[in-house]
Design a protein around this ligand. Structure first.
Ligand code: ADP
Ligand code: MG
Length: 388
């Protein structure tokens, strides 16, 4: 992969694809983490004497039509302030390619408004390619998509390279997967085994200890023969979970399941939370967090690890009565001397809720892309840069 760091972009039009998909509520950006992560890339291109044209998306609009809710207007405003220069938002760039002077930055309106973006339409990709001289791919969170702005454009432009954020994310993941310090722990929580089956399988081959959390843990608990009541779990995947437990045992990987849990009889903040041992969950109860004994056990394990990979909460941390397990785990990760690597949309929300941003060794900006990388899949947005 060529890197922006090594390329002469002086007096060139640099077309960058960034991940600026921030949460916006009533026109206000509620978390600026992704923009902050992208700023050094824009600054690098400016310092090297380029004109900067940014491509990005926001949310999931319907393709082929403009929808104000998904406009990047608030991002353009944020960028103008952060860079201390006017960053215009350009809407009609496909019909009227903007003329951008050296030292200037423009933001192109949401690429997902364009027909053919998600289908990776070659005609659209060619039109993107005409907007710049050099393509810089730097949205790690979008490189697992073969879209016109993440993949196609790189094929049709003369020079395509990786930006510094992408380079760093990939280097970090490589390090974690190929040469991690042992012992290594993976915590894979969240809602569904089905969404993380492949990542669980891949990590069993790498780690010494695996902690499944949340709805994923429930499926494993059921696989062990315990009653999970009305909990979120996937009966179809019980056999799969059992096979994984067998395989882990064979490999000497320790899979840690909860010994106690927090249950309620409804999925609600108002529900009465009760601690139960894993044997005592009743038919009408829902497991919504791990219990205090389990939380202590997790903390002790985390303390002894050299490398910790964390994706997915171990409880419904968005609701106060069920947040303690994830909070205790987050604090243990914050306090450990080992190297901690975390990623995932809800995981990052939990990290910020518990205020440990500065104590995690590395927080990935990728969610799906990070998981696919760990699974060993080819990420189209990376592959196209390597081929180039
Ligand atoms: P990430 O975005 O970090 O990859 P996921 O999207 O896989 O994480 O999962 C996050 C969601 O899992 C959260 O909304 C959380 O409430 C939910 N969750 C965690 N534990 C449970 C549980 N026991 N029952 C139901 N949902 C759970
Ligand atoms: Mg999520």
């Amino acid at each position: 992969m060529r890197r922006l760091q090594d390329i002469d972009v002086k007096d060139k039009r640099v077309l960058m694809r960034l991940d600026l998909n921030v949460p916006v509520q009533d026109g206000k950006i509620t978390s600026d983490a992704r923009i902050q992560a992208a700023l050094p890339t824009i600054q690098m291109a400016l310092e090297k004497g380029a004109a900067v044209i940014i491509m990005a998306h926001l949310g999931r609009p319907q393709e082929g039509k403009y929808d104000e809710i998904f406009s990047l207007a608030s991002v353009a405003k944020y960028l103008s302030e952060a860079l201390d220069q006017d960053v215009p938002l350009v809407k009609d760039y496909l019909e009227n390619p903007p003329d951008v002077a050296i030292g200037e930055v423009v933001l192109l309106e949401n690429v997902r408004f364009n027909e053919g973006e998600k289908k990776n339409d070659p005609e659209l990709a060619k039109r993107y390619a005409q907007l710049g001289d050099i393509f810089v791919s730097d949205g790690f969170g979008v490189v697992h998509r073969a879209h016109a702005s993440t993949h196609g454009v790189a094929q049709y432009i003369k020079i395509a390279c990786a930006g510094p954020l992408l380079v760093r994310e990939v280097a970090m993941l490589k390090q974690i997967l190929l040469a991690p310090k042992k012992p290594m722990l993976a915590i894979i929580g969240g809602a569904k085994v089905s969404s993380k089956l492949m990542v669980l399988k891949a990590l069993i081959e790498k780690v010494n200890v695996l902690i499944p959390g949340g709805g994923i843990a429930n499926t494993f608990i059921a696989a062990e023969g315990y009653n999970v009541g009305n909990s979120l779990y996937e009966p179809d995947l019980i056999n799969e979970a059992r096979a994984m437990l067998e395989h882990a045992k064979m490999r000497g990987v320790n899979v840690i399941l909860p010994v106690d849990v927090v249950v309620a009889d409804e999925f609600s903040v108002e529900a009465k939370a009760m601690v139960k041992t894993i044997e005592d969950v009743a038919d009408n109860e829902i497991i919504l967090d791990v219990g205090p004994q389990t939380a202590d056990m997790f903390a002790r394990i985390i303390h002894d690890m050299q490398t910790i990979v964390w994706n997915g909460p171990v409880g419904v941390f968005e609701m106060a009565p069920f947040a303690a397990g994830t909070k205790s785990m987050a604090q243990a990760i914050a306090n450990t001397k080992g190297f901690s690597f975390a990623g995932g949309g809800d995981t990052i929300a939990a990290i910020s809720q518990f205020g440990i941003e500065d104590k995690v060794s590395y927080i990935s900006t990728g969610g799906g892309s990070m998981l696919e990388y760990i699974e060993g899949k080819t990420l189209p947005g990376l592959a196209v840069l390597e081929e180039k």
